[in-house]
Design a protein around this ligand. Structure first.
Ligand code: NAP
Length: 311
C-alpha cells in the first residue's frame, strides 16, 4: 500500500486551503472531498466578506477556484466520503468502503452542520428565505420582516445583527426562559426592532417559492397562529461532523475536536500526526476566512511534523 504524506478529509475552505499549502510544499496531498464537496459555503448565497473579492463571490465559485488552485499544485481529489479511519500509530489509515489509504498525517476538516428544525417545508425553502447564517444572508433582508429561532447567545447575537437590515425581527423561542447570557439577552430586549415570542414552536414554514410566513403554536395555550414574514433564520446550534472519529480523538463536551492545550499546540489534536481545522474544531467564529486560516495552520503543522519524522 502506497504511504502518503497527507490525507485531508473534507473540502470546505479549511480543507482546500490545507490542500493548497501542502500541495505547494510538494507533499502531494490526497483530498477526500466528500459527496457534498465544498462544505457549508455551497449552500450560501453571495459571500461579501471574504477579503480580496471586492464585488463579492458566490460560495460555489470560491470553492471551485480554491479546488482548482490546489489541483494546479498537484493535490489529488477523491469524490467520496471516508467511511472509517484508524488514527493511532505512525501510519494512519482511511477507508473509502473497501479501499484503504495510508498516510503519515491526516488533516481533518469535516466541518459542522447547522441544526435545522427538521420540517419538510423548512428544507424546501432553504436558500429561499430559510437560512442558518445571519452573517452570510442578513444583507438580503433589507427592510424586511424576519424571525430568528432559538434562545441561546447565537439567537441573541443574530437577531441583534439582523436589525441592521430588517425592519422587524421576531425572536421565537420554545421555552419561557432564555439560555443566552443576560448581557446578550438585554441587548436584544433593548432593541426596539426585536420582539420576543416565547413558549412557541414553529409548526410549518409557509410559502411556495419563497418564505411568506411561519405557523406558530403556543406551547402553553395550544393556540396556532400564522405570522407573516419573509425570512427565517435558525440559531439552534451546530453539530460538528465528527462521527467518523468517535472514540479516537479528544473532543470537548459539545463534540468539537480539541485543538489547543496548555502545551500550545495549534492545529494538533490529541493524536500525534492528526491535525484539525475549520468548523469541526471551532464552535465560535465559524467564518470562511477563519476556516481558511486554520487550514493554513494545519498544513504548516503537518509539514513540520513530517519534517521532524524524517529527522
Ligand atoms: P445554544 O447555546 O446551544 O442554544 C441553542 C438554542 O436553540 C437554545 O435556546 C435551544 O433551546 C434552542 N433549540 C435547540 N434545538 C431546538 C429546536 N429543535 N427547536 C427550537 N429551539 C431549539 O447554541 P448557540 O446559541 O449557538 O451557542 C453555542 C455556544 O456559542 C454557546 O456556548 C454560546 O455561549 C456561544 N456563543 C457565544 C457568543 C458570544 O459570546 N458572542 C455568540 C454566539 C454563541 P433550549 O434553550 O430550550 O434548549
Amino acid at each position: 500500500m502506497e504511504e502518503r504524506n497527507v490525507i485531508i478529509i473534507g473540502s470546505g475552505p479549511a480543507g482546500l486551503t490545507a490542500a493548497v499549502y501542502t500541495a505547494r510544499a510538494n507533499l502531494k496531498p490526497l483530498v477526500i472531498e466528500g459527496y457534498q464537496a465544498g462544505g457549508q459555503l455551497m449552500i450560501t448565497s453571495e459571500i461579501e466578506n471574504f477579503p480580496g473579492f471586492k464585488e463579492g463571490v458566490t460560495g460555489p465559485e470560491l470553492m471551485a477556484d480554491m479546488r482548482a488552485q490546489a489541483e494546479r499544485f498537484g493535490a489529488e481529489f477523491i469524490t467520496a466520503d471516508a467511511s472509517k479511519v484508524e488514527l493511532a500509530g505512525d501510519i494512519k489509515k482511511v477507508w473509502i468502503e473497501d479501499d484503504v489509504y495510508a498516510s503519515k498525517t491526516i488533516i481533518i476538516s469535516t466541518g459542522a452542520s447547522a441544526n435545522y428544525l427538521g420540517l419538510d417545508s423548512e428544507s424546501r425553502l432553504k436558500g429561499r428565505g430559510v437560512s442558518a447564517c445571519a452573517t452570510c444572508d442578513g444583507f438580503f433582508f433589507q427592510n424586511r420582516t424576519i424571525c430568528v429561532v432559538g434562545g441561546g447567545d447565537s439567537a441573541m447575537e443574530e437577531a441583534t445583527f439582523l436589525t441592521r437590515f430588517a425592519k422587524k425581527v421576531y425572536l421565537i423561542h420554545r421555552r419561557d426562559q432564555f439560555r443566552a447570557s443576560k448581557i446578550m439577552e438585554k441587548r436584544a430586549a433593548d432593541n426596539p426592532k426585536i420582539e420576543f415570542i416565547m413558549n412557541t414552536i414553529i409548526e410549518e414554514v409557509l410559502g411556495e417559492d419563497r418564505v411568506t410566513g411561519v405557523r406558530l403554536k403556543n406551547r402553553e395555550t395550544g393556540k396556532v397562529t400564522d405570522l407573516p414574514l419573509e425570512g427565517m433564520f435558525l440559531a439552534i446550534g451546530h453539530t460538528p461532523n465528527t462521527d467518523l472519529f468517535t472514540g479516537q480523538l479528544e473532543t470537548d463536551d459539545t463534540g468539537y475536536i480539541v485543538t489547543s492545550s496548555e502545551k500550545g499546540r495549534q492545529s494538533a489534536t490529541s493524536e500525534a500526526g492528526v491535525f484539525a481545522c475549520g468548523d469541526v474544531q471551532d464552535p465560535h467564529y465559524r467564518q470562511a476566512i477563519t476556516a481558511a486560516g486554520s487550514g493554513c495552520m494545519a498544513a504548516l503543522d503537518a509539514e513540520h511534523y513530517i519534517e521532524a519524522l524524517e529527522g
